[in-house]
Design a protein around this ligand. Structure first.
Ligand SMILES: Cc1cc2nc3c(=O)[nH]c(=O)nc-3n(C[C@H](O)[C@H](O)[C@H](O)COP(=O)(O)OP(=O)(O)OC[C@H]3O[C@@H](n4cnc5c(N)ncnc54)[C@H](O)[C@@H]3O)c2cc1C
Ligand code: SF4
Length: 508
């Protein structure tokens, strides 16, 4: 064999660069279902099923293109480690070279490099052209900046890719329409909700679901509501449905939360994007076209484009710039274990029960639920960042490390000391109360700071400020937070500390 081409489970792009120039007679493709990739964190069953089903469908599309594929199915593999299985394939085929599009995970890239050194074969890692910003371009942008700010990166990306510009200026005269977006629902709630499209499970998906149910029965999450795109055709339908039915109101209530409203007007496209079933360019183009045709307002479209062209690309840039250090980052020195109910949703806090409950049901929660509910609680409670990271990587269908880790360690937990956020994203219960109806249905009282009935977010918020006062005071960006807590009397501090101790002792 001349070249062995490895296609990883999140590289299901029909234009995967590793396939370019393939010679059907002299080269071979390998795809590997490795159980270890589902167990190195305790993966949600829907996450495992999504990967396996999408991989199997993609494999079929390669066969239909008459490409030489060796597919190692989970049921047949004796080894569980991807690298061990790849080692066997290399030993069988003795290729001159292994070609792979750059993996999305630092750990895997290192392991593949190591394997090729041991097997004494050449390794060609091809650039992942799925993304709009290369590593080199991001590193050049970041060079010399002490703090990385997404907003400036995003403006440059808009200019560089000529997105929503008019005579070189941002459409509508502003780069950012956040102030028009992000309202709560008010007392009446969200009103009639758009239903996400339905993806009926075909024979492949049904087989995978049965496999996951038997092989990963102890894993968290449910498969009863599995409804994610697993092919490019499905993914394109998901995109079309979003553009038509949810983009027009996307930004308006982007941060709002409501009981039994898992999806709202969100796009639900992250998993399809991260598996590379969709290309970000076509997603951006579809949104911009809808705006140009007058089918979606400017604020909603800009808000959405910023997520894809701004946040998604920025987060990837940060990951590769800051690995492997990001995995160990722990700015506040937090060391508490993750409460076991993060895996069950079994808690009296309505906001946490709702966010975790829908996560277990669908493998999905929207950004503010991840950031300001489960992430906020983890930071306030002082949970070890690595334990939080493993939870986020496990429970979302869109979870892949390059995007999950910077969001968790960097954005939600401030574990990297604010490399790209101006201050920790912490909030008391008042924020959750403003953005949702959760507090009205909660055992705790969102107005109370201390005592048994007090909202734990309130108690832990003040306890966090008290605990880290010195550290917050040293940083000009967090000095205001330190000042707030410095106004508390000694008695108030004692009461907060006692209440916080009580909560932390009982959170499991
Ligand atoms: C703690 C934490 C962990 C996260 N883990 C992941 C993860 O593992 N995988 C993942 O794709 N996203 C992750 N995010 C980012 C974001 O929450 C999800 O992308 C989003 O909720 C997915 O839902 P959606 O497709 O409906 O997004 P929408 O709200 O419709 O947004 C549109 C798209 O923009 C992109 N996007 C939006 N925000 C971000 C962001 N902060 N970083 C990168 N891309 C973004 C996504 O591709 C998303 O599909 C995480 C956020 C937090 C706070
Ligand atoms: S009162 Fe506190 S714990 Fe209860 S839902 Fe509101 S924020 Fe969450």
């Amino acid at each position: 064999m001349r070249n062995l081409i490895l296609v990883l489970g999140d590289q299901l792009d029909p234009e995967n660069p590793a396939l370019a120039g393939i010679d059907r007679k002299r080269d071979g493709i390998v795809m590997i279902e490795a159980a270890g990739e589902s167990t190195h964190v305790w993966s949600h069953q829907a996450r495992i099923a999504l990967f396996l089903s999408a991989m199997r469908h993609y494999a079929e599309s390669l066969r239909q293109r008459d490409l030489p594929l060796q597919y190692l199915a989970l049921e047949d593999n004796k080894e569980s480690s991807l690298v061990a299985l790849l080692r066997e394939v290399i030993a069988q085929n003795r290729p001159q070279k292994l070609i792979v599009c750059e993996p999305g995970e630092y750990r895997l890239q290192q392991a593949i490099e190591q394997l090729c050194r041991e097997a004494a074969i050449r390794l060609e890692i091809r650039d992942d052209i799925h993304f709009l910003c290369s590593h080199e371009a991001f590193a050049a942008w970041a060079k010399g900046r002490r703090e990385l700010r997404m907003e400036f990166f995003y403006r440059e990306m808009r200019r560089r890719h000529d997105v929503m510009l008019e005579d070189g200026q941002p459409a509508g005269g502003r780069w950012n329409f956040d102030s028009d977006n992000r309202a709560g629902f008010g007392k009446k709630g969200p009103g009639p909700l758009p239903q996400p499209p339905q993806f009926t499970a075909d024979a492949v998906t049904r087989e995978v679901i049965a496999l996951v149910r038997s092989r990963f029965a102890q894993h968290p999450g449910s498969l009863d509501d599995f409804n994610w795109p697993v092919t490019r055709t499905d993914a394109l339908r998901a995109l079309e449905d979003f553009i038509k039915h949810r983009l027009p109101r996307f930004g308006e209530h982007q941060d709002a939360m409501w009981t039994s409203m898992p999806f709202g007007w969100h796009s639900l496209l992250s998993a399809a994007l991260n598996l590379k079933l969709l290309n970000p360019r076509e997603v951006i183009a579809a949104a911009v076209e809808a705006w140009r045709e007058g089918l979606a307002p400017l604020a909603a479209t800009e808000g959405f484009v910023r997520q894809i062209l701004g946040w998604r690309e920025f987060i990837r840039g940060v990951y590769w710039l800051d690995m492997p250090g990001l995995l160990e980052a722990n700015h506040f020195g937090h060391d508490r274990a993750l409460p076991t109910w993060y895996w069950t949703g079994n808690t009296a806090m309505t906001c946490m029960r709702e966010a975790i409950g829908q996560t277990l049901k669908h493998g999905y929660a929207h950004h503010i639920q991840r950031l300001m509910v489960t992430g906020n609680f983890a930071l306030l409670a002082g949970i070890r960042p690595q334990a939080v990271h493993e939870w986020y990587l496990a429970v979302y269908v869109d979870a892949v490390e390059w995007v999950e880790l910077p969001n968790t360690a960097g954005m939600a937990l401030f574990a990297n000391g604010g490399r790209f956020t101006s201050k920790p994203y912490i909030a008391s219960g008042a924020y959750i109360n403003r953005m949702s109806n959760y507090c009205g249905n909660c055992r705790y009282d969102v107005k109370l700071k201390t005592g048994l009935k007090a909202c734990p977010f309130n108690t832990l918020y003040w306890n966090f400020l008290d605990r880290h006062e010195q550290q917050l005071a040293r940083n000009p960006r967090t000095v205001l937070m330190a000042r707030n807590v410095s106004r508390l009397s000694a008695a108030e501090r004692d009461a907060i500390r006692a209440s916080a101790r009580n909560i932390l002792e009982t959170i499991g």
